[in-house]
Design a protein around this ligand. Structure first.
Ligand code: GDD
Ligand code: MN
Length: 410
């Protein structure tokens, strides 16, 4: 393979990336079905293996109609040099060495700008994303999806043996994203995924301005994605090298969310995804029944003429009984249509645990607001309790819809 195929991109770091700036498909250039970008930074121990595995899988599934594009940011371990050498043996391989840009997301967009496929994809270069999942993702696109995401948080998904800290950080980041950008992150169960395929038509002519690690946010927030599909996968343990994730990626993630939120696009998305009013009214009605349960038990336990227990203990017990009441009604009525897609006691128990965790977080919020209004502002204890419950109802509804009874947007 002539080394002239080695694309060296010396672009300026702060440039907007117009995906439609893709080099025009020349007459003599084959319009491929699939282009898979592999972003690499110090992956010298993994690069040969992943190219071999990917070409074996794709040669058997879509022979002669795909390309692999390694986008390396001038790795100190010279990954790009090994990749360049591999081009001699793998005609479907192209290598981009970026000398003046850094960043996982921008590497992916740069790779897509040079891609020739109608379907664009991204997979990590460290074998933590199982290559065999690609076949299922390609089949989902073939079935009509614009975006097919490999998710760790649906059936057949998982994260092998991540530390509790990493799990909490990942889920916490997701929750934060749901609060800042619910209509974008709420469309998939794993918005943090770095493993997905997207139709070129869904992101062509869209300004992409990616930072950090979460390229999927950019695609969901700025692309024209209508139909989303998800495939479960287990995030593997890294065998060689180490993760490049630092606190910097978390900061970039938050600024990325805020930048996406500030765009007019979110307004257009909000018009497109009307808030689920009916479902919210049912949730509120169930919540109201929970208020009576909460108040009645709170009265029995805390009122000086009854058991006269302490405020917080009474509140905690009353709230948990109300949570059980609410879960049963919500699972049957408010989200009944979604629960029926996830049958079985195990699924129901999982939903109950999630519901409890979300509501307990709401309970903490509730107790804080109750104590603030009662002890700091001197409000009547029952009025304070009512205001606290109302504020938490909105929180509980939204997070339960997006996490507890979540469904992929069809
Ligand atoms: N070109 C380039 N430039 N590649 C990079 C850079 C960079 O600055 N930083 C990391 N990479 C490459 C790595 O070489 C690896 O192939 C891939 O991007 C993922 O980097 P890791 O550092 O291994 O990330 P992770 O394993 O902690 O998280 C990955 O998986 C998560 C779950 O899908 C990332 O893809 C996350 O975005 C993703 O959420
Ligand atoms: Mn990794």
């Amino acid at each position: 393979m002539a080394l002239s195929d080695l694309i060296i991109v010396l672009c300026e770091p702060d440039e907007h990336y117009l995906v439609s700036d893709l080099p025009p498909l020349k007459e003599d250039s084959v319009t491929l079905l699939f282009s898979l970008v592999i972003p690499t930074y110090n992956e010298i121990q993994n690069i040969e293996k992943i190219v071999e595995i990917l070409t074996t899988i794709l040669d058997s599934f879509i022979p002669n109609s795909y390309e692999l594009i390694i986008v390396d940011d001038d790795s100190p371990d010279r990954t790009w040099e090994v990749a360049q050498h591999l081009m001699l043996y793998y005609p479907q391989l192209r290598v981009m060495r970026r000398e003046r840009e850094r960043g996982l997301s921008s590497a992916v967009v740069r790779g897509w700008q040079a891609a020739r496929g109608e379907i664009l994809g991204v997979i990590d270069g460290d074998l933590q994303h199982p290559p065999e999942t690609l076949i299922k993702l390609l089949k989902e696109i073939d079935n009509g999806a614009d975006l097919a995401v490999a998710s760790r948080h649906i059936e057949d998904g998982g994260v092998s043996n991540w530390s509790l800290m990493r799990r909490v950080l990942s889920r916490g980041a997701q929750l934060l994203g749901l609060l800042i950008l619910p209509d974008v992150l709420g469309r998939v169960s794993d918005p943090m995924s770095g493993y997905f395929l997207v139709r070129r038509s869904a992101i062509a002519n869209c300004y992409m301005n990616p930072t950090g690690y979460k390229i999927l946010l950019e695609v969901l927030g700025r692309g024209n994605v209508h139909q989303v599909a998800e495939v479960g996968y287990v995030f593997q343990e890294r065998q060689e090298g180490e993760s490049k994730v630092t606190w910097k990626q978390y900061v970039e993630y938050i600024t990325h969310l805020l930048r996406l939120r500030s765009r007019g696009r979110i307004g257009r998305l909000q018009r497109r995804f009307q808030p689920p009013i009916t479902r919210f009214l049912r949730f509120a009605l169930v919540g109201l029944s929970g208020v009576f349960v909460d108040m009645f038990v709170f009265y029995l336990l805390s009122d000086p003429t009854k058991l006269g227990w302490g405020l917080t203990r009474s509140k905690a017990i009353a709230a948990e009984i109300a949570i059980i009441n609410n879960f049963l009604w919500n699972d049957l009525w408010t989200f009944g249509d979604l629960s029926r897609k996830q049958r079985g006691w195990q699924q129901r128990f999982k939903r109950f645990i999630k519901f409890n965790i979300i509501c307990l977080a709401g309970l903490v919020l509730n107790i804080l607001i109750l104590n603030l209004l009662f002890n700091v502002f001197g409000l009547n204890r029952y009025l304070a309790n009512l205001i606290a419950i109302a504020a938490v109802t909105v929180w509980n509804f939204w997070v339960n819809l997006k996490l507890g009874w979540r469904v992929t947007e069809i």
